[in-house]
Write a protein that binds this ligand. Structure first.
Ligand code: NAD
Length: 410
């Protein structure tokens, strides 16, 4: 079937490529011309494992078209999927819906027959209905709206999209359900579970899932503080806890704090949603506070270990291994605290140097490779768990250095 996806970010591009390689005819739209030109030439604007191979496969099959022409996209598909960003508002921390709402208004003017509009972006309860209202006010056509939140992890985007734990869809009628079943026909044939619910519940499922996962990590981060203070072995502890099926072994690795473009912003957005309905999510509020404190504590820990020596090398800038995404990266947050304490930093990351420079500018120095970064100082801090950083164990002077491994990879 013909589908149009608006937004070629981590989610939109992954969805576009995966749907195209599953046999759909996809029109992938972005207003960013630079991204579209890059994609047309077969290059991915983001780093993601297997993305470029899957992109070439999609282009060669003739199943994908990249364009900035929204009118063309809307007019040529019954299903239109919105996958634009919903970042954190700068002042309040609520979800910033400006991209969703302006894209909806723009889309409305081109809708001249029935469409199913699917929102894949993470949006607060009621947003799908707000989008429907905007479109119906600005177009004479009847549309249906459906929520289809995305659960893929950056670093495993293609794999997660193709083999999801579950597909969630909030719908308002049988017609939408049938279209979504057609969209995910390949997944249904392969027995991946698909759960239909109402639209508002689907919106809340996404936020609740992210908030729960963030809680799990924040909990083990605090337990690791206690384990360190009492000389207990955190690796044995998490292994033992994870062997209990009720707990599970995922998301039990302590680290330098929770980052990325989803967990911190979605948890904050959920806390705001609850306040709007006069409900208190006190556990979640404490998780958010605990995570913010974690970045301060990690900077203090580095400072304590390096004593008066302010010259350090940092390995890792992306929010986790396998991605070039630095949005709310713990590494960047910790570096900001260290810079306030006048640290002199040289850093290296295999994929996110360009993105990091946009945030940190020339406040730190950037090395060309691991060795150059490592050689910069007696103190080497590991902030992202890229496997290639393990190679420092083979350097001749490794035992003479102080390695501050905040990801426990060494
Ligand atoms: P992103 O910032 O990487 O990409 C958004 C894209 O939308 C950009 O390329 C931007 O140019 C484009 N865009 C914005 N307005 C547009 C318009 N009017 N017309 C056409 N293109 C437009 O965002 P992302 O990380 O892909 O996230 C998208 C949504 O999915 C967010 O709501 C996010 O919370 C959610 N989500 C993200 C992830 C993740 O791992 N990144 C996982 C699950 C859910």
């Amino acid at each position: 079937m013909n589908i149009t996806i608006i937004g070629t970010g981590y989610v939109g591009l992954t969805a576009a490529i995966c749907f195209a390689n599953s046999g759909h005819k996809v029109i992938s739209i972005d207003k960013n011309e630079e991204k579209i030109n890059l994609l047309k030439s077969g290059k991915s604007p983001i780093y993601e494992k297997n993305m470029e191979e899957m992109l070439s496969q999609a282009i060669n099959s003739g199943n994908i078209i990249f364009s900035t022409d929204l009118e063309y996209g809307i007019k040529n598909s019954i299903i239109n999927i919105l996958a634009v960003g919903t970042p954190q508002s700068e002042n309040s921390g609520e979800a910033d819906l400006s991209y969703i709402l302006s894209a909806s208004k723009e889309m409305a003017q081109y809708i001249d027959e029935y469409k199913l509009i699917i929102i894949k972006s993470t949006v607060p309860i009621g947003t799908n209905h707000e989008v429907k209202k905007i479109i119906e006010e600005n177009s004479s056509q009847k549309i249906d709206i459906a929520s289809n939140p995305e659960f893929m992890r950056e670093g495993f985007a293609i794999e997660d999209f193709m083999k999801p734990d579950r597909i969630i869809s909030g719908i308002e009628n049988e017609k939408s359900q049938k279209l979504i079943e057609k969209l995910y026909q390949k997944w249904i044939e392969n027995n991946f579970p698909i759960l239909f619910t109402d639209i508002k519940t689907a919106e809340l499922i996404k936020y609740s899932s992210n908030a729960f996962l963030m809680t799990k990590i924040a909990f083990i981060n605090e337990i690791s503080n206690l384990a360190e203070a009492t000389n207990c072995n955190i690796s044995d502890l998490t292994k033992a806890m994870g062997m209990d099926h009720r707990i599970g072994d995922k998301f039990l690795n302590p680290g330098p704090g929770i980052g990325g473009s989803c967990f911190p912003k979605d948890s904050l957005a959920l806390s705001h949603i609850a306040k709007k309905y006069q409900k208190n999510l006190s556990i979640l509020d404490q998780v958010i506070a605990s995570n913010n404190q974690r970045f301060v504590d990690m900077a203090k820990k580095i400072s304590k270990i390096t004593k008066n020596n302010k010259k350090i090398a940092i390995l890792g800038l992306s929010f986790k291994a396998g991605t070039d995404d630095v949005r709310m990266s713990p590494a960047i947050e910790i570096i900001k605290h260290l810079l306030q304490d006048n640290f002199d930093i040289t850093a290296f990351d295999p994929e996110s140097m360009k993105n990091s420079q946009k945030i940190l500018e020339n406040k730190i120095k950037y090395a060309d490779n691991i060795k150059e970064c490592y050689d910069y100082s007696q103190y080497v801090v590991i902030l992202t768990e890229w496997v290639e950083f393990k190679e420092i164990k083979n350097y001749s002077d490794f035992k003479e250095k102080v390695i501050i491994d905040l990801r426990n990879i060494i």
